[in-house]
Design a protein around this ligand. Structure first.
Ligand code: SF4
Length: 249
């Protein structure tokens, strides 16, 4: 239930200003702007802020009026951003801010202990909701953690949806798919059913993981169509202009 404004607290503009001036100095206190009712017996008075570098900010002085008292007491004095105030942008954790390609030489980007894309080596093959834990022996070649199924699925989806997937214009207009290209290097493991690595130095994707249904014009079996072939050379022309000269020799 919203309580009625306390008239003593609401009208205590002078007391609020006096407390504010005593706290921050008269030269940075502007005119009284508004008053808002707080909980029962309390109100907050707003004054303009004249402090250099704080355009749009307002002082807030909260006063309280106890039953049976003639005056008010000062609860708190704060500086508040108004609609026009310049404030810092909302904080975004660095992990959410960092983008692929942001790492410079020497930068470190440690994976969290509970990063869902990684699992301890002995848990390879276990889905988080599986009752049965499939424990396999040393398949991580000494690595403490390896890609989890979730991490693998995320990577596969990202690659498939990216520039090396089947939907990009390069692939759509290609004469053949990577799966049938002689320049494709096969992968091993579960990802091999969908991806390989392009090893054509003239292809845009040389050295990159490509979806088997990606493709490009540098496909090993690409042939120029007849109309794309260079025009045939004309027949030799018999030079009748200088024939007599030639016959002299
Ligand atoms: S050359 Fe083109 S078609 Fe062949 S593997 Fe590389 S990207 Fe795929």
């Amino acid at each position: 239930m919203i309580s009625a404004p306390d008239s003593v607290a609401v009208e205590a503009v002078d007391a609020a200003r006096a407390a504010l001036v005593a706290e921050v100095g008269a030269d940075v206190v502007g005119e009284h702007l508004s008053v808002g009712s707080e909980s029962e017996g309390a109100a907050t008075h707003h004054f303009g802020c004249l402090q250099a570098g704080y355009p749009g900010w307002v002082w807030g002085v909260t006063v309280a009026h106890a039953d049976g008292q003639d005056g008010v007491t000062i609860d708190e004095i704060v500086l508040l951003p108004g609609d026009e105030a310049i404030t810092a942008p909302e904080w975004v954790p660095w992990r959410d801010r960092i983008q692929p390609g942001d790492l410079s030489p020497g930068d470190l980007l440690p994976a969290d202990e509970d990063d869902p894309r990684l699992v301890p080596t002995y848990l390879v093959g276990q889905r988080p909701d599986d009752d049965e834990v499939e424990v396999v022996e040393e398949v991580g070649l000494g690595r403490a953690r390896v890609l989890s199924m979730e991490g693998r699925d995320l990577a596969a989806q990202r690659w498939y949806d990216g520039d090396q997937g089947p939907d990009v214009p390069l692939a759509q207009s290609a004469p053949g798919r990577c799966g049938g290209c002689g320049f494709l290097v096969r992968l091993e493991g579960p990802l091999s059913t969908m991806f390989g690595v392009c090893a054509n130095e003239y292809a845009n994707d040389d050295g990159r993981v490509v979806a088997l249904d990606h493709g490009c014009g540098a496909h090993s079996e690409a042939q120029l169509r007849k109309k794309q072939l260079p025009p045939p050379m004309p027949d030799h022309v018999f030079d009748t202009v200088s024939r007599d000269d030639l016959e002299e020799f």
